[in-house]
Design a protein around this ligand. Structure first.
Ligand SMILES: Cc1cc2nc3c(=O)[nH]c(=O)nc-3n(C[C@H](O)[C@H](O)[C@H](O)COP(=O)(O)OP(=O)(O)OC[C@H]3O[C@@H](n4cnc5c(N)ncnc54)[C@H](O)[C@@H]3O)c2cc1C
Length: 460
């Protein structure tokens, strides 16, 4: 193995983790990245996304032996706190107990740490190398700076706009079907500093959500007690669309009307809003993720998804652990392994893509809906009372390694079960556990059995 050389295009989160793992397996690893070295660039507030790392991401970091370097740079998040228009708040715990939580981390910081770890073990980085073309017959990568290099195995981790994916699609559109769709909302990041004493101005270990139906604001803490706010608004055709908010007065009016309690906490709110970039959110679906033994797509290059389940990077890290497992099981037979990876992984990526789209409605709208909240309360009681028999779809995705497609299937059964129980239990105080268990026996428990899923076995 040691004489083999691997080429990776894109030094984002997924490319860096993959490079690190392959280097540990003895390969010579070259990573080509269009940006300059991010370790040398200054922090860029308003442009740095905060991410939630959950089971699949943690599993990837554990398998690389990096978990102890990363966890101290994260903030544990135990639940979500909804802020209503009148300032009232409502809390929903995420996990079944306090050992289950999500970890918030700055995407930029995580990326820099991973690149540094790679550099420490001898991964060779080629920054300011923007891939402009790939010749799949001569196995050549061509960069915008004129440099060309030959590869034996190339991995495309060049993000949602992947050049390699587009090239495969253009060459063979029937085999490589590409579907890219954007949602009608965009986002902007805003910076919320700590108070004058350096203390956080919101409860630090929660995800804060201000759900407003068609739009919402979210806040996640950083380790220095500041918060990153993410504002999601319709792009156009709405009284509070990004297109309609182009002046300081309109920014002021938006926050005064919709997010009044946050307003005094954000310095230079109007100029931050007007100056920070506006990002779009989309889903990329691609029908085949490999070419023979020579190319494979991973991370957003294969499956960009909207961020409302907090799973884009987590799913990308699972690509990494999954592919490594398959390659090892095949004794590094790349053709066999890449084919199997492509076949097994796509249905899971499509499942999380759909669930992430559904979650936009849940987060922006349903978190204020009484029946939805009742069902969530019932669900959290079921998870506590029947720990080996019931696990919410959210829990399966966030705290286990149960494949996404299975969790999606489970979610459909759970939705029916919770609706039935809620119908019988308009007040949570009247919840009858034996009735709940009987309902579970009808469809849910048989499904678990037929799938061979033992819930407690899957916890990371
Ligand atoms: C607002 C928001 C919130 C999110 N929240 C979460 C979350 O909570 N949890 C989560 O798991 N995910 C989240 N995500 C998704 C997550 O950011 C992505 O899934 C993740 O960054 C994908 O990593 P990647 O390495 O595949 O791609 P990228 O991070 O996009 O990295 C691609 C790399 O390739 C480089 N590149 C691109 N083109 C070329 C080229 N032609 N030549 C050379 N290099 C190139 C880029 O510069 C970049 O370094 C969120 C995304 C957004 C937008």
């Amino acid at each position: 193995m040691t004489n083999k050389s691997i080429h990776i295009v894109g030094a984002g989160l997924v490319g860096s983790l993959w490079a690190y793992l392959l280097k540990q397996k003895g390969f010579t690893v070259h990573v080509f990245e269009k940006r300059a070295d991010p370790r040398k660039a200054a922090a860029d507030r308003g442009r740095s996304i905060n991410l939630i790392v959950t089971s699949r991401g943690l599993d990837g970091l554990k398998k690389a032996g990096l978990i102890n370097s990363i966890l101290p740079t994260t903030v544990p998040v135990y639940g979500r706190l909804m802020h209503a228009l009148d300032g009232a708040t409502q809390y929903q715990a995420y996990g079944r107990n306090n050992s289950e939580c999500n970890y918030a981390v700055s995407r930029g910081d995580l990326n820099k740490t991973l690149i540094q770890k790679c550099a420490d073990v001898g991964v060779v980085f080629h920054f300011e190398h923007e891939l402009s073309d790939t010749d799949i017959h001569s196995k050549t990568l061509t960069f915008a700076n004129g440099i060309q290099t030959k590869y034996e195995h190339a991995f495309a981790t060049d993000g949602a706009g992947s050049i390699i994916r587009k090239k495969l699609h253009v060459l063979n559109p029937n085999t490589y079907q590409e579907n890219v769709s954007f949602i009608s909302s965009d986002y902007k990041e805003l910076y919320l500093p700590p108070d004058a004493n350096g203390q956080p101005v919101l409860e630090k270990n929660n995800l804060h959500i201000w759900p407003r139906g068609t739009h919402m604001l979210m806040a996640l803490a950083n380790t220095d007690n500041s918060f990153t706010l993410t504002l999601y608004l319709p792009r156009t055709n709405h009284p509070w669309s990004f297109d309609s908010i182009k002046t300081k007065e309109r920014v002021h009016a938006l926050f005064k009307t919709e997010f009044q309690d946050v307003m005094p906490l954000v310095p230079n709110l109007e100029s931050q809003f007007l100056e920070n970039p506006q990002g779009s959110l989309g889903t990329v679906r691609f029908s085949q993720w490999h070419l023979e033994d020579s190319i494979a797509l991973m991370g957003d290059a294969a499956h960009a998804i909207v961020p409302f389940f907090g799973q884009g990077m987590n799913c990308g890290f699972e690509d990494v652990t999954n592919l490594l497992e398959i390659l090892e099981a095949s004794e590094w037979n790349f053709k066999k392994a890449l084919t199997l990876y492509s076949q097994t992984r796509i249905k899971n990526a499509n499942a999380i893509a759909e669930m992430a789209l559904e979650n936009f409605v849940e987060m922006s709208d349903k978190v204020g809906d009484k029946n939805f909240l009742l069902q969530k309360k019932i669900e959290s009681i079921l998870e506590k009372e029947f720990p080996t028999e019931y696990r919410s779809r959210y829990g399966m995705i966030t705290y286990t390694l149960i494949p996404y497609a299975k969790a999606q299937e489970a979610g459909l059964i759970q939705a029916r079960l919770l609706a039935d129980i809620a119908k019988q239990t308009p007040r949570i105080e009247d919840l009858d556990l034996s009735f709940c268990h009987n309902q579970m026996k009808r469809e849910w428990i048989p499904w678990l059995r037929t799938q061979g899923i033992q819930l407690d076995r899957y916890t990371v």
